[in-house]
Design a binder for this molecule. Structure first.
Ligand code: SF4
Length: 278
């Protein structure tokens, strides 16, 4: 009975995303912005303070690799004029270099080609998508966010997206963790067991680059060493919205948000005519 009254009191809690923008999702500290041509002793101190070596300072200024950033905020404290958090969650990218900011903006043709290649591969996946998750040495934080996707707030089942225990039934491989040496073979076996077409998403900074604990005798620098990654979702951990955006990007239901700028609001047009239930 208390559940009934609570349900009546609170109404529908499920996010309208991606059919409509979600203010709660856009309030997350999504990623760190590095100002164009950031230089000076402050910036060098920020690079020295970065625990993952995500900041590189060169003659033309600093560059920040979001694929290595664990969102600790140290650079923002040390050099607030050059680094700051930007809200949003649409941070996933179709190519690893796209996570480096400020960087060379890929030309429209390059982006269109990458998107078209992926679109052709995943054309058959539009109506329902099955996800297989493999933990390849995660600290457990990404798993909490993945579990949230099945709760009432995100409720990915409403979009025709489901988890499956069997790689034989999976379309999308979600990989978390740094890619420990003991998990590389099981990860590859899982990938090989999946039918084509299939898509791989590296979920979290650890899976993208190794994060804080990668690059040791037992841990790799991301999962791309074992499987071909199609979508990179940075964040340590990424928010459930960030992971959901990565999944929708992988199956072609939303476009790539512009790099280094305000994430593109997902609107109804992203879902129009794709056979996805609201
Ligand atoms: S927020 Fe990211 S870039 Fe800044 S210090 Fe932390 S890990 Fe490095």
């Amino acid at each position: 009975m208390p559940w009934v009254t609570r349900g009546l009191r609170e109404g529908i809690v499920t996010t309208p995303y991606p059919r409509h923008p979600d203010g709660y999702g856009r309030s997350f500290k999504g990623h760190v912005v590095c100002e164009e041509k950031a230089t000076g002793t402050e910036v060098a101190a920020a690079a020295a303070a970065c625990p993952t070596g995500a900041i590189e300072v060169g003659a033309g200024g600093a560059r920040l690799d979001r694929g290595r950033c664990v969102l600790c905020g140290r650079c923002c404290e040390v050099a607030p004029g050059s680094f700051h958090f930007q809200p949003g969650f649409e941070t996933a990218a179709l190519a690893r270099p796209a996570l480096v900011v400020p960087g060379r903006e890929p030309d429209d043709g390059e982006v269109a080609r990458a998107r078209e290649q992926l679109r052709r591969r995943v054309k058959a996946l539009r109506r329902s998508v099955y996800l297989r998750h493999v933990d390849a040495g995660s600290d457990g934080s990404e798993e909490w966010e993945l579990a949230a996707l099945m709760g009432p707030i995100y409720d990915i089942n409403r979009l025709g997206i489901f988890f499956t225990a069997s790689p034989r039934h999976a379309d999308v491989l979600l990989v978390t963790g740094v890619g420990t040496s003991g998990m590389l073979v099981p990860l590859r076996l899982t990938y090989d067991a999946m039918p084509s077409p299939k898509v791989v998403i590296a979920v979290g900074t650890d899976a993208v680059s190794g994060g804080l604990t990668g690059g040791t005798y037992a841990s790799g620098k991301g999962v791309a060493a074992a499987v071909p990654v199609d979508v990179f979702v940075p964040g340590s951990p990424p928010s459930p919205f960030g992971i959901l955006y990565g999944i929708l990007l992988a199956v072609g239901l939303v476009g790539q948000a512009p790099r280094g700028g305000e994430a593109r609001p997902a609107g109804a047009e992203a879902m129009e005519g794709k056979g996805v239930a609201p």
